[in-house]
Design a protein around this ligand. Structure first.
Ligand code: ATP
Ligand code: MG
Length: 144
């Protein structure tokens, strides 16, 4: 059987502000993803720009950094078979207008920027993003 995989999830400031942390995490749990690390935090401007450094040249970069620092976020590490793809399926398309029915972004996101959740897009970025928020010692091994 394939190895379990880790991915980084962020509930962005609009999700925390609207008090839907539990509803979002419940979707991860129902899909069989388990939580290996979890923290409420708030990004500095520097951290937000570093986290989204790949988008530095995009026209929405400044606005994205402003949004991501506008309030607290919930960062977590999810574990499961195919966790990266599974989480992205649960999130839906970046633009909620294009997201499938029943996805987090379809149900909760405001627009293509204020879109409620982030999820790593590949194993290499997942490893980098997890290390960005969590030292190895904060990844707690479960028994399931
Ligand atoms: P994320 O990386 O947050 O999981 P994603 O992989 O679906 O989302 P990316 O293309 O990596 O989307 O964009 C990163 C984030 O930048 C998006 O989630 C969104 O908040 C913002 N963003 C993306 N495209 C646009 C756009 N055209 N206009 C404004 N903001 C955008
Ligand atoms: Mg992305």
């Amino acid at each position: 059987m394939a190895e379990k995989e880790l991915t980084l999830s962020i509930i962005k400031p609009d999700g925390v502000e609207r008090n839907i942390i539990g509803r979002i995490i419940s979707r991860f749990e129902k899909a069989g993803l388990t939580i290996r690390a979890l923290r409420l935090t708030r990004l500095t401007r520097e951290e937000a720009e570093a986290f989204y450094a790949v988008h530095r040249e995009r026209p929405f970069f400044d606005s994205l950094a402003t949004y991501m620092t506008s309030g607290p976020i919930v960062v977590s590490v999810l574990e499961g078979y195919n966790a990266i793809q599974k989480n992205r399926e649960l999130m839906g398309a970046t633009n909620p207008e294009k997201a499938d029915e029943g996805t987090i972004r379809k149900d909760f996101a405001k627009n293509v920027e204020i879109n409620t959740v982030h999820g790593s897009d590949a194993p290499e970025t997942a490893a980098k993003e997890i290390a960005f928020f969590f030292p190895e010692t904060e990844l707690i091994k479960g028994n399931r």
